[in-house]
Design a protein around this ligand. Structure first.
Ligand code: 5GP
Length: 141
């Protein structure tokens, strides 16, 4: 079954569109965290960041920057959060790759952040080694 975002692309579900090109579409989130909260999607229905070919990732990134500039110029936020969830455990509810642009104003409390944790230098080295080994870069300092 087509994702809700594919149905928006196909015009089956209405959306407040702000930008469109061959590979990407940007429209307002129906349940905005703040005024101007925008979703940028790739038109090809792929679930997560890990599924996108580099050219498509670049196309989405370009649209994110283009729309972020337009939001900044039109709505004059104090800042922007760029949020991108991958997988249910990470809070992804629509499994069609998308990036959130969330305009922010001082003191708006529109988003909560992660709780800073604790680690030791040994733990950090061990985790970095596991990741970098998959990248073929050997040990990190
Ligand atoms: P996720 O949690 O997957 O990163 O974010 C999905 C987002 O899609 C949510 O913020 C939700 O409000 C938005 N959304 C879900 N259904 C629709 C819809 O039909 N139209 C629009 N414009 N946004 C939607």
């Amino acid at each position: 079954m087509a994702s809700i975002f594919t149905r928006i692309i196909n015009g089956e579900i209405p959306a407040a569109k702000v930008y469109e090109d061959e590979q990407t579409l940007a429209f307002l989130d129906v349940a905005p965290a703040s005024r101007g909260h925008t979703l940028v999607i790739c038109k090809q229905e792929l679930p997560t960041l890990l599924d996108l070919p580099p050219e498509l990732l670049a196309a989405v990134s370009r649209t994110v920057q283009t729309v972020a500039r337009a939001i900044t110029e039109s709505l004059k936020p104090d800042g922007l959060n760029i949020v991108q969830n991958n997988g249910t455990a990470a809070g992804q509810r629509v499994h069609h790759y998308h990036v959130h642009i969330i305009p922010r104003w001082e003191g708006d409390h529109a988003m909560s952040y992660w709780r800073p944790g604790e680690s030791t230098p040994d733990e950090l080295r061990e985790v970095a080694a596991a990741i970098s080994a998959r990248l073929g870069e050997g040990d990190s300092a």
